[in-house]
Design a protein around this ligand. Structure first.
Ligand SMILES: Nc1nc2c(ncn2[C@@H]2O[C@H](COP(=O)(O)OP(=O)(O)O)[C@@H](O)[C@H]2O)c(=O)[nH]1
Ligand SMILES: [Mg+2]
Ligand SMILES: [Zn+2]
Length: 296
């Protein structure tokens, strides 16, 4: 892709996107607004995304069975970042800027714009983080599927999870308490690995983060954030890896099926180490761990 080309975050077509200049009438006055519209899917693209090529973009694709917390995780991440921006004691310069309606409203419903693309099987939430400790500036795109059942069926994965191929990080959300109550849980996990293999919907060498959620527990599995004085603790990164290993071991001890799943994921799908994180509630800083891990 050449420097003046853009990869549309909605339809993934690459090309040069020229601005449209619109005359805006306000009473007796008028002004001009500049807008970028994708030549293929006609979605309006955030101006910064097109113009500020020097800010790196990072894409996150959600995987997880229905009702496991994918959408809730994303909503919680956005509200956590919003809270960080409002608090004035930590992350002083930090800002989060929403680049589309979906990110702004935290809504994750079918896009209602009148175009072909509105039938897309996922919601894209785009935002820009500015002066985040450790990370700096980034555009973040998060792809969240509408239909939670896509990850149990070959055809659906092929037709609907194509966004995964364009992601830098695959975020696998597993609600541990919930999945254990499901009859077909182990079978579904195994099936998913098979489908991912056959359908080849993953990017070449993805980063994976497994987010294990259990709101019912009193246990602390991994304690990355519990003794964290501040989010700016300089030793945070050195603890990330350690913590991930603790969570991974715990996960693999739960049952043999999980052990097999973790091993296959590690051996077949990525040469990057797979990171694990444990979340007891959606409000604490643990929600950030996958971002810190992925963007370091
Ligand atoms: N999306 C969402 N789900 C919530 C929220 N609070 C509780 N939940 C529950 O969290 C569970 C996971 O929902 P969701 O994230 O939509 O699952 P998904 O199918 O993996 O996207 C469901 O049982 C929801 O009812 C919230 O604020 N947003
Ligand atoms: Mg959802
Ligand atoms: Zn497009």
């Amino acid at each position: 892709m050449s420097a003046n080309e853009t990869c549309c975050p909605y339809c993934f077509e690459k090309g040069k996107i020229n601005p449209t200049i619109n005359r805006v009438e306000t009473g007796a006055f008028h002004s001009y607004s500049k807008e970028y519209v994708c030549f293929n899917c006609k979605n309006i693209l955030d101006r910064d995304l097109v113009e500020k090529k020097n800010i790196p973009t990072f894409s996150i694709g959600m995987i997880g069975f229905a009702e496991q917390g994918k959408t809730r995780y994303l909503q919680s991440l956005l509200s956590f970042l919003g809270k960080q921006q409002r608090s004035n004691d930590e992350w002083e310069q930090f800002q989060v800027m929403h680049c589309n309606e979906e990110a702004r409203n935290g809504i994750h419903e079918v896009n209602e714009r009148e175009n072909e693309w509105s039938k897309a099987p996922f919601t894209l939430s785009m935002f820009q983080i500015i002066d985040m400790p450790y990370i700096g500036n980034r555009f973040i795109k998060v792809y969240d599927p509408h239909d939670g059942d896509i990850f149990t069926q070959s055809l659906k994965i092929r037709e609907q999870a194509y966004y995964l191929a364009h992601c830098d990080l695959i975020l696998f959300i597993i609600d541990v308490a919930k999945i254990q109550r499901e009859e077909k849980a182990n079978e579904n996990l195994r099936k998913l690995l098979d489908i991912l293999q056959v359908e080849q919907v993953l990017p070449k060498d993805p980063k994976f983060t497994i987010v294990l959620i259990n709101e019912d527990t009193d246990e602390n599995i991994g304690d990355l954030w519990s003794d964290q004085e501040s989010l700016q603790d300089p030793v945070l990164y050195s603890k990330l890896e350690e913590d991930s290993q603790v969570v991974k071991n715990w996960f693999m001890e739960q049952n043999n099926e999980y052990r097999g799943f973790a091993n296959v994921l590690e051996n077949q799908f990525s040469s990057n180490p797979i990171s694990y994180t444990f979340l007891k509630n959606y409000k604490d800083a643990g929600i950030l761990t996958p971002l810190l891990w992925a963007l370091k």
